[in-house]
Structure formats: structure tokens, C-alpha cells
Design a protein around this ligand. Structure first.
Ligand SMILES: [Fe+2]
Ligand SMILES: [Fe+2]
Length: 178
């Protein structure tokens, strides 16, 4: 008897299905993944591997910006979600936090470029780590707020059409890690 083997699913297939089935769990998992990526960047900094640190920060920024853009398109767009669905905080508050995060990330990126330009002295590494600490606190606070308020509020009230579109957007392959 001939057995016909089904082709193996491509990498990321299971994660993609998870995103479609539960987009809020997928957004929460992305928060954890972003935290891991930033830690890798900081490990490269501590090794004084500036080229690698810059590359990892670039990859991190790409992933974070994609994540925030998806949130703004589906769960923070008043045209997609009735205002009453947001029980604790307004969409504007989350969007303002995204703007602050982008601003700080740009500052970190500029400081990293300057430090490399000046031969990366220890003092500039300390200055960079100080700026990164502020960014990390901002993001920890923002991710926590989203997980306990935004996602919890919308889990049962996001219109089915928007939920499905959000799941599909999250299932799209993310940029490869550098
Ligand atoms: Fe966010
Ligand atoms: Fe988020």
C-alpha cells in the first residue's frame, strides 16, 4: 500500500494558526518576544560588540514598529472598535504611549550611532544604558497596561470581522531576526 505523506507545515505555521485562533494571546507573546530581542541587543552591548548591538537594535525596532502599527490599525482605531469597548483607558492614551516609545527608541538609536562614531568610550556606553533603561521601563509599563486592560477589555467585545483581520495580520511572517 502506498502511503502519501502530507507535506510538513512551513516554519511558523503553528504560531500563525495560534494568532488566528487567539490574536490577544499572540500579541502578548509578541511582548515577550520583544523583551527577549532587546535583551539580546543589550548582551551585545555588554560584549562591546557595537556592530552586532546596532544590528540587533535595528531588528528590534522593525519588530516593535510592526507590532504597534498592527495594534493601531485594529484595536486602537476608533473606526474599528466601538468606544464603549474600551472600559479603562482611551485609545488616545495607548497611542500617546506608542509615540513616546518611538521617540525614546529614536533617541537610543541616535546615541548608539554617536557612541560608535566616537569610538564607543565607556562613558558613552553608560549613557546609552541609562537611556535604554528609560525605554525599557516605558515598554514594561505599556505592555502591562495593554495585557491587563486593553486586551482584557477587547477579548470579548472586538467585532468578529476585526478580530479575524487582526489574527490574519499577526499571522503574516514577521521580519526575520538579524
Ligand atoms: Fe502597544
Ligand atoms: Fe502591544
Amino acid at each position: 500500500m502506498t502511503t502519501i505523506k502530507a507535506p510538513l507545515p512551513p516554519d511558523g505555521y503553528a504560531a500563525s494558526m495560534d494568532a488566528v485562533l487567539d490574536p490577544f494571546a499572540a500579541l502578548t507573546e509578541e511582548h515577550a518576544e520583544l523583551t527577549r530581542l532587546f535583551a539580546h541587543h543589550q548582551e551585545a552591548l555588554l560584549d562591546r560588540d557595537w556592530a552586532m548591538a546596532a544590528r540587533l537594535l535595528g531588528g528590534y525596532r522593525e519588530r516593535l514598529y510592526r507590532h504597534m502599527e498592527i495594534e493601531e490599525r485594529f484595536v486602537l482605531d476608533p473606526a474599528q472598535v466601538p468606544a464603549a469597548a474600551h472600559q479603562r483607558w482611551t485609545t488616545e492614551l495607548y497611542r500617546a504611549e506608542h509615540r513616546r516609545v518611538r521617540l525614546y527608541l529614536e533617541k537610543v538609536d541616535e546615541w548608539l550611532t554617536r557612541a560608535r562614531h566616537h569610538g564607543a568610550p565607556a562613558g558613552m556606553l553608560i549613557g546609552l544604558l541609562d537611556r535604554e533603561r528609560t525605554l525599557k521601563h516605558l515598554l514594561e509599563h505599556h505592555h502591562h497596561r495593554e495585557e491587563v486592560a486593553l486586551f482584557a477589555d477587547l477579548r470579548g467585545s472586538l467585532p468578529a470581522r476585526v478580530r479575524a483581520a487582526l489574527g490574519r495580520a499577526l499571522a503574516e511572517p514577521a521580519p526575520a531576526a538579524p
